[in-house]
Design a protein around this ligand. Structure first.
Ligand code: GLY
Length: 360
């Protein structure tokens, strides 16, 4: 599946295709970029896919400098970015060169940030290998490193030149990592497309069994939905907030549990449950709308209850959300499956009550 992202001079394509990683050299050559590339990835991913990607690039005439970064969030620091800049300089990358991010969302974020800032911006190609990175982090141009006080605080919008999703890479994910990515897929269905949501409901068992054609079709559908939003609000002035459904509470749950208790998608799933219940408390949506969201999350292996959550702590973390404008935190709410509305100034008492519903 080929999904165009139409952003004028920053347009690009998202390609979702089994075996796509083997085609990266030929695809990059089509973009007529310079011959030098840097492949940024972590050790485990390099062991799995580094050779194939390197071979594909070299056989298309590119030189490849491999830059190994730590796995996960540990990659998203200024020190790691600096090491990457040093490696790019040492390899002679110039403004026509390309950085390729091979791996999950964290590698994509730091490599994207390095590409956005090196020589005021060089090409970045995203090669996501997790469900989460394929359907969310790799497209849309958000790049970031973490600040000691908060995640993703330092960054830039820098659109990729190409996103290549190879669904065969999802076979090597742990069950937890695979399910975590499905939270973003369910999110897209809830707020953007009732037919897509129903498709995920129908195919949940095959999706969880990692039936490749189903995984490819569902990932492609999700990428298409996200691309449609990015095209209309690239810089998140308002509409793009919709992609944060479940994240206002989800991010706060991650923060208060020290980023250790929940995988990102698990926190988003719990955030969706609480935000669905918040909508209900605000008189938006029906009990059945809430129940369908919870049922689908549970059926793809995601948590829908979290014992021992301190609602006041979560509430305090929500007010520190970086999406706040003048102290007002936007909530995305789903009045029905396939629709959304934004709400500001939601009463803390209602948020607290919705959070308590996460309890057993
Ligand atoms: N991950 C949400 C966005 O790209 O806007």
């Amino acid at each position: 599946m080929i999904i165009p992202v139409n952003l004028g001079s920053r347009s690009y394509r998202i390609i979702v295709e089994s075996g796509a990683l083997d085609t990266v050299g030929a695809r990059l050559a089509e973009l007529r970029v310079g011959s030098r590339t840097a492949l940024v990835s972590d050790a485990a991913i390099l062991r799995l896919y580094g050779k194939a990607v390197g071979r594909s690039l070299e056989s298309a005439g590119f030189t490849v400098t491999t830059v190994e970064v730590p796995a996960g969030e540990a990659a998203k620091t200024l020190a790691v970015a600096e090491r990457c800049w040093d490696a790019l300089l040492a390899a002679g990358l110039d403004r026509t060169s390309t950085v390729l991010a091979l791996g999950g969302g964290a590698v994509g974020d730091v490599a994207g940030f390095v590409a956005a800032t090196y020589m005021r911006g060089v090409n970045i190609v995203q090669l996501p290998t997790t469900v989460l990175a394929m359907v969310d982090a790799s497209s849309g141009g958000k790049t970031a490193i973490n600040h000691p006080t908060a995640k993703n605080l330092i960054g830039a919008f820098h659109q990729p030149r190409l996103v290549l999703c190879d669904p065969t890479t999802t076979r090597t994910l742990s069950q937890r990592e695979f399910s975590s990515g499905l939270a973003e897929i369910v999110k897209h269905g809830i707020v953007l497309d009732a037919a897509y949501f129903a498709e995920v409901e129908r195919d949940a068992a095959a999706l969880c069994a990692r039936d490749l054609p189903v995984v490819e079709r569902i990932i492609g559908g999700s990428c298409r939905l996200k691309a449609g939003i990015v095209e209309r609000d690239e810089r998140e002035s308002e509409l793009r907030h919709v992609l944060n459904y479940g994240h206002t509470i989800g991010h706060a749950l991650e923060a208060v549990t020290g980023y250790a208790r929940f995988a990102h998608g698990e926190a988003v799933a719990l955030g969706i449950v609480a935000e669905a219940r918040l909508a209900r408390r605000l008189g938006i949506g029906s009990d059945e709308t809430v129940a369908r969201q919870e049922r689908l999350l549970a059926s793809v292996g995601l948590p829908v209850r979290a014992p021992a959550i301190d609602a006041d702590e979560v509430l305090a973390a929500i007010t520190r959300d970086k999406k706040a404008r003048d102290g007002r935190v936007p909530f995305v709410l789903a009045p029905r499956i396939g629709a959304f509305q934004l709400a500001y100034d939601v009463s803390p008492d209602l948020i607290r009550a919705a959070l308590r519903e996460l309890g057993p």
